[in-house]
Design a protein around this ligand. Structure first.
Ligand code: AMP
Length: 402
């Protein structure tokens, strides 16, 4: 056991899943990525190592399946000990959806931090409880090693007041009813990597489009967030796989007053039954919709694209112009058609697409004549969590910069 290497684990606990990745310390080379899905019913596990030596899938039977995050994590740790016996996990980084007003940076988790996170459950009731459950389970399983919380909201905490508030009585803002914005780890990853790739543009006015099953966009100036399409919750802004995006609040009043719908029913409607799924009546999955010849599938995609285009206009105004756009997330990285439809709607901004580069998934997808540089950059939220965790957990001897 003396030749054990140090490793770092990242965890992203969702409502019924745990996504994980393992990195070397201090190089932060990704060794393995995987997930446990359908926790609470017939759970399934998959993991793949970067060297392709591990490529495992496993489905539990109903009676053996882990029933909660703690059980699933215990199983995962045993699996890691078995499959990666020469690796000792020395720190764990957690993706945490909401850091409220308190956290504008990642934080080393202690009892006080955990209590504070528990006080934020109401701000993200569908996600935060699972993040907290993941932290508790990891503390129980790993004991004393450093654990770090990395927040999806933290990147946006710099936003100016007018982009951070709603026009409702001011005391609500003080109480924490704010435009928090999400997908911050993805935005942070892209904006930290942009200076190396395109230093001049990185200093300028940039819109990052994180288009995945969850989708949002963020306006960034000189690497700092100015405004986001997501607001108080992860519902606002773009239409998503199953989430509605921007909606007139009058619709919610109507549903409550005249359709007698309760909060839980409205929550399920807006989070789980709307967006691409609700509009198409077919699927929440962009690939499925792109492969469908049903008119409703096309209408759902058209709606998605049209909201992206409107938000580009809005965010370009918030920035006072536009120097670059970056597509990322499952749809942004992979859908040639969505990128093309969006960019062809931006010609009035001086955007000119390079069709061949877009079709072959190059990094630069705008032509040399485009006044806005358009890019396709795969995001790496796990890598960002790993970097923060390393930095905060005192494992970085030698440090990254030395
Ligand atoms: P994410 O939540 O970032 O994993 O993104 C998931 C979304 O990306 C789903 O709607 C997928 O259908 C979509 N996606 C993944 N690959 C492709 C592809 N090749 N073409 C179109 N959409 C894709």
């Amino acid at each position: 056991m003396s030749n054990q290497r140090q490793g770092l684990l990242t965890l992203n606990a969702g409502s019924s899943s745990i996504k994980f990745a393992v990195f070397t310390v201090p190089e932060l080379k990704q060794l393995l990525i995987g997930q446990i899905d359908s926790i609470g019913s017939i759970a399934a596990f998959k993991a793949k190592s970067s060297d392709a030596l591990i490529n495992e899938k496993y489905e539990w039977s109903q009676q053996d399946a882990p029933q909660n995050h703690a059980d699933a994590l215990k199983w995962l740790i045993e699996w890691l000990n078995l499959r990666m016996a020469n690796l000792k996990i020395c720190a764990v980084g957690h993706r945490v959806v909401h850091g409220g007003q308190f956290y504008s940076e990642p934080v080393l988790i202690n009892d006080d931090v955990l209590h504070q996170l528990e006080s934020l459950l109401a701000l993200a009731p569908l996600h935060e409880p699972h993040n907290v459950a993941g932290i508790k389970a990891a503390r129980e399983s790993f004991g004393e090693i450093a654990q770090v919380a990395c927040f999806d909201t933290a990147f946006h905490r710099d936003q100016p007041f007018i982009n951070d508030t709603f026009a409702i009585p001011r005391h609500f803002y003080e109480e924490g009813v704010r435009r928090y914005g999400f997908h911050g780890l993805s935005y942070e990853y892209i904006s930290k990597n942009l200076p190396e790739l395109f230093p001049e543009h990185a200093k300028g006015r940039v819109i990052i489009l994180h288009l995945g099953n969850g989708a949002s966009m963020c306006a960034i100036k000189d690497g700092r967030a100015v405004s986001s399409t997501m607001g108080f919750s992860a519902l606002d802004g773009l239409a998503m796989g199953t989430r509605c995006g921007n909606i007139d609040p009058g619709v919610l009043l109507y549903l409550m007053e005249f359709k007698g719908m309760k909060a839980k029913e409205i929550s399920d409607l807006l989070y789980k039954e709307s967006g691409l799924k609700g509009l198409s009546g077919i699927s929440n999955d962009m690939r499925t919709l792109e492969g469908s010849d049903q008119p409703e599938a096309k209408e759902a995609i058209d709606y998605f694209v049209s909201r992206v285009k409107r938000e580009i206009g809005s965010l370009a105004m918030a920035l006072g112009g536009l120097d670059a756009m970056v597509f990322t997330g499952g749809i942004g990285e992979n859908s040639v058609n969505v990128r093309k439809a969006v960019l062809e709607g931006c010609e009035w901004l001086g955007v000119e697409i390079d069709e061949a580069n877009n079709a072959s998934g190059q990094t630069v997808i705008s032509s040399e004549f485009s006044s806005v540089l358009c890019l396709r950059i795969p995001t790496n939220e796990e890598g960002m969590i790993a970097a923060h965790t390393l930095a905060l957990s005192n494992l970085s001897i030698p440090t990254m910069s030395s």
